[in-house]
Design a protein around this ligand. Sequence first.
Ligand code: ATP
Length: 206
Amino acid sequence: MIGIFGGTFDPIHYGHLRSALELKELFALEHVRLIPCAQPVHRDEPMANAIRRLDMLHLATANQTDLIVDAQELQRSGGSYTFDTLTALRGDYPNVPLLLFIGSDAFNDLTTWYRWQELFDLAHIVVITRPNAALHPLTDFFKARLTEDKQLLKKQLSGHLFFQQITQLAISATAIRGMITAQQNPRFLLPDAVINYITQHQLYQG
Ligand code: ATP
């Protein structure tokens, strides 16, 4: 099984990294792919450009072979759609179950995503819980796909919805950007190599 963890990563921080590693171990995954979105469709433009965000991902995951940076959304033009990303991965891995990880905040908006119902034809969706995010009640569409049987995710390539609690670190990229703009030290919230890169390129200075 392969895990897919998308985001703006503006910048990547230990909330992302710790979750990705914990999920890799919880589901005994071959690897987790961290996929930065080039042009978000559902939120504001990131502050750092896509190349900078990609560089920071590479710095954060150096020597961590089970976390793979996948830049495919930067290689496509136009908006970044999870449907396109999963379609490409399904082509690359025709016989491997794919787990799409999304935070509960993002899951609450899933029905606004491009071709969202078809995401279940391509992957399982695993919702990871996040501090302060309450879940909306599940509709029949989701109830029909919900499972509590982790083994089922391994046996089928796609199609199920699973909820996974993970250790929650209350770290957000928004808070980190705010600290940097306010000239506070964000150390221990994200890797030093990423902080050095931010300083070098004067990102998030306001
Ligand atoms: P921002 O503050 O700019 O919204 P963010 O910190 O939420 O950024 P994103 O890049 O938007 O980071 O998130 C990518 C994915 O990581 C999302 O699915 C999000 O729910 C999840 N995520 C972000 N921070 C954490 C955290 N501290 N713990 C667990 N999951 C997280």
